[in-house]
Design a binder for this molecule. Sequence first.
Ligand code: PMV
Length: 333
Amino acid sequence: MAKPSLYASARAPGKLILAGEHFVVLGSPAVSMAINLYAFATAQATAEAELKVEANILLATLGDAERKSRPDTKELLEPFRLAARESLDSLGRKRKGVSVEIECQIPIGAGLGSSAATAVAIIAATSRAYGATMDKSRICQIAFGPESYLHGSPSGVDHATSTYGGLIQFSKPDKVTKVRVKRMPSLLVCDTNVHRSTKGLVRSVVKGAKADSEAYRSRVGEVSEISKAVLRALRRSDDVELGELMNRNHELLVEIGVSHPMLDKLVMAARKAGALGAKMTGAGGGGCMIALCEDEQMTSRIGSALRKLGGSPYLVSIDPTGVVSSTNSTVLK
Ligand code: PMV
């Protein structure tokens, strides 16, 4: 068995969903992109079978109101302890422990995949601390446990995007196709600053799909076509087509009740300010929206329109690599 190293560190990216959120849980493919906002984990192998997970930054990013409505710190960290435990089990180190510290640049509960990225970084760092380099498919498999703990019935798109990086098409249970494009679209992300739980939103959609299966079947079919068309538009660098597809995808998400008045307000304002397309991204109910911009001038015009309405816009770019790890204390920042 490989010798445990003292420290290891890993970094895993957050994500944006360009098409197919929620419907991916019901069977449509989704198109997502890893972004240059990261979760970091440092891990130290310990001789006792003890798990220690610390995450000061993660908790500090929660506002007072959210902190009240959320479970206590212990509960909040449970999925991350699970990520560390399942990594050790998978390495055949059931009797060993690990001490993990996490930091997260990705806003929490904002639809950008903060929990999946944190779990993926913990898994990669823990295995490196024990002298192993897990392959990406195994990291992804292990990350499903903590994501299920948090989200109930996740599709897997968040942790697949964080693990593999770049632009991917994802279908349940674990089909990942890396997509290569000549030019990445210019996307402005805007946070509504209303944060919420993915679990409740996913549960409500699954419940709705059971109650009204006919209507949902047709929407799942339409979103599947949208996802395929989004890939074609990306490959052709056809931003006009991509924008129209994003708009239609947003309408379908509104129909199933996962948007939020603030999201709709920002989406409308972005389109009015010239965006080629705009939609919510991730689970909705608040969180973030994305706007497709033609050039820098348009980006700054849309950014100031969204800021005036109370949104927090920021520019992101693609993360091409996904999770990376190192066998020393460099936290890869
Ligand atoms: O947790 P979020 O907001 O990043 O969104 C996850 C994407 C969903 O499609 C809503 C759920 C899933 O597991 O696919």
